[in-house]
Every structure is written in C-alpha cells, then in structure tokens.
Design a protein around this ligand. Structure first.
Ligand code: AMP
Ligand code: ZN
Ligand code: FE
Ligand code: FE
Length: 285
C-alpha cells in the first residue's frame, strides 16, 4: 500500500521547483510512487530519477501533452513510455519550438493591451524549461502589471483570454497513438477542466484508445470524483490521481501528495502501468 502522486511539474517546464526538490518534498510528505509530468519534455526525469533512487521512491516516467478537441482544451498524461524513443522526442521538440513563437505573439498582444513585458525576461524566467503561460505570468508580476499568477491568468492568459495564443499541437488521437507507439499508457488529465461537454469528450478519447482518467485531482470535490470514477469504470479506464503541483502559489494549489487518492487506488494504477507500459520505473526500488 503506497501513497502516490501522478501529476507533478518542475522547472523542466512551468513549475517553480527543481525535479530534485519535487521528489524530496514528495518523500517528506510520505509519497512512495510518483510521476513527474512536465509539459512537452522529459528533461527533468534524469534528475528526478536520481533523487527518487536516493529516497527509495518509485518514479514512473511521465509527460503532459495539451491537445485541442474542437474548442475544448484536453490535456493528456503519458506514463511509462520509453523516454529514449526518437520519434516521440522529435514531436516534443516540435511542440517546444512552437511555444517560442507563441511567446512573441503574446508579448505583442500584452504590449497593445498596455501591459508591456520584455520577451527576454520571459525567456530568462523560463531558463532551459518548456516555456509556457505561467512564465509570462511571472514576467507580468515582475513588471508590476499584476499581483499574482492567478491575476495574470484571470486578466490576460486564461483559456480563450486575450493573450492566450494557440500553438502547434498534436490532435488528441495522434497524441494517444504516439504515446502508445513509444510504449506508454495515456490518462485523460483533469477532466473537469475540459468544459461542460467533458463526459462526451471522455467517451470520444476512450474510443481513441485513452487508457485511464485522472480522477483524484487536487481540489475536485467528492461528487465530481465519484462521477469521474463511475464514468471511468463504465469505460474500463484506469483511475489516476495527482496534485498538478507547480508551486506557483495559486489559490487552488495542493501540497504534493495531498490529494484524495487512496493507497489502494495508487496500487491499482501502478499495477495497471506495470502490466501495460514499457517502463514503469521498476529500476527504482
Ligand atoms: P501552456 O502550456 O503554456 O498553455 O500553459 C498551461 C499551464 O497554465 C497549465 O499547466 C497551468 O499551470 C496554467 N493555467 C492554465 N489555465 C490557468 C488558469 N485559468 N489559471 C491559472 N493557471 C492556469
Ligand atoms: Zn503547467
Ligand atoms: Fe494540465
Ligand atoms: Fe499539469
């Protein structure tokens, strides 16, 4: 029986803590099994793997991919794929590249809206990471235009917001197929964020081969967790859980591992990944 958290971000993408910090904090919080799921990159996994080994935790290789389903923003979590897969890494590099041009457009829009920021500051804040909206939000704070990351999203950056610029993405079908091809399994992330039509979207994604659904998500109330679990069971999906920790200080943030993800459900998910995925991270104890 193990405590788990299968949705975590680090400085490899738009989180504010290093992969090592994330693993160390997870260990301190009693987590035994975890997946680092940075956006469009596996760059944090070596450091996280070393830290996990040192702490005796099980680290499952992970990734988060954003996709568009109609007008809905669907995020997919890949687990247990071969991180050395060349074609997958080429897709990830293409998505990261697309984020660079997107930042230029966002900065231009923000300038026109009277909230100028220097693009160099966005890239400096991001460092080597997959650059994303949270880095733009932090540049907006630095320039004095907003007080918090949440305020930056509320005013400018939320989905469909004035400075939310599209970027090249895989379709959900292709993202699922690609993770499968690289040996992994796919869970539908935070279904409650997909929008009003989330149940129809989940059915569609399951039809395309999604393997699981993120059910035990940070602040989801028990009624929503129960609805997601029921739909997941009906569709034969594995049930995953995670805090989506970024460390950005948003009001709905949760501590790593502080999610309603029962130990038995963690064990069931890990067993599912072990049975179906190329690399369930068994090299760690
Ligand atoms: P990106 O991948 O650059 O589109 O940024 C996506 C990230 O932005 C998510 O992983 C969240 O961390 C953050 N995000 C998206 N929407 C919101 C929102 N409405 N409020 C706060 N953070 C958000
Ligand atoms: Zn993020
Ligand atoms: Fe997400
Ligand atoms: Fe996430």
């Amino acid at each position: 029986m193990a405590k788990g958290d299968f949705h975590l971000h680090s400085t490899a993408s738009d989180g504010v803590r290093s992969p090592r910090w994330v693993v160390d904090r997870a260990a301190r919080n009693g987590v035994r099994v975890l997946a680092l799921t940075d956006h469009d990159t596996t760059a944090g996994l070596s450091e996280a793997g070393r830290a996990a080994k040192r702490r005796g935790l099980r680290l499952v290789p992970g990734i988060e991919l954003s996709t568009d389903l109609g007008r809905a923003d669907v995020h997919l979590l890949g687990f247990g794929f071969n991180i050395l897969d060349r074609k997958l890494q080429e897709y990830l590099a293409w998505m990261r590249e697309g984020r660079l041009g997107r930042v230029e457009k966002m900065v231009a829009i923000l300038r026109d809206m009277g909230a100028p920021i220097a693009i160099e500051r966005v890239f400096a804040i991001a460092g080597d990471a997959t650059v994303g909206r949270p880095h733009v939000a932090r540049a907006l704070i630095e320039a004095g235009h907003v007080e918090s990351v949440q305020a930056a999203f509320d005013r400018f950056l939320h989905n469909g917001g004035p400075a939310d610029v599209p970027r090249p993405k895989l379709t959900p079908e292709d993202a699922i197929a690609e993770v499968h091809r690289a040996g992994g399994v796919v869970c539908i992330a935070h279904p409650g964020f997909i929008g009003e039509e989330w149940e129809a979207a989940v059915r569609q994604l399951a039809g395309w081969g999604a393997d699981g659904i993120e059910t035990y998500y940070k602040h989801y109330p028990p009624e929503l967790v129960a609805r997601i679990a029921d739909l997941g069971r009906e569709l034969g999906l594995a049930l995953s859980g995670g805090s989506d920790f970024h460390g950005l200080g948003n009001p709905d943030d949760r501590e790593i591992g502080n999610i309603p993800f029962a130990d038995a459900a963690v064990d069931a998910l890990l067993e599912f990944i072990e049975r179906n995925a190329y690399d369930a991270g068994e090299r760690n104890p």
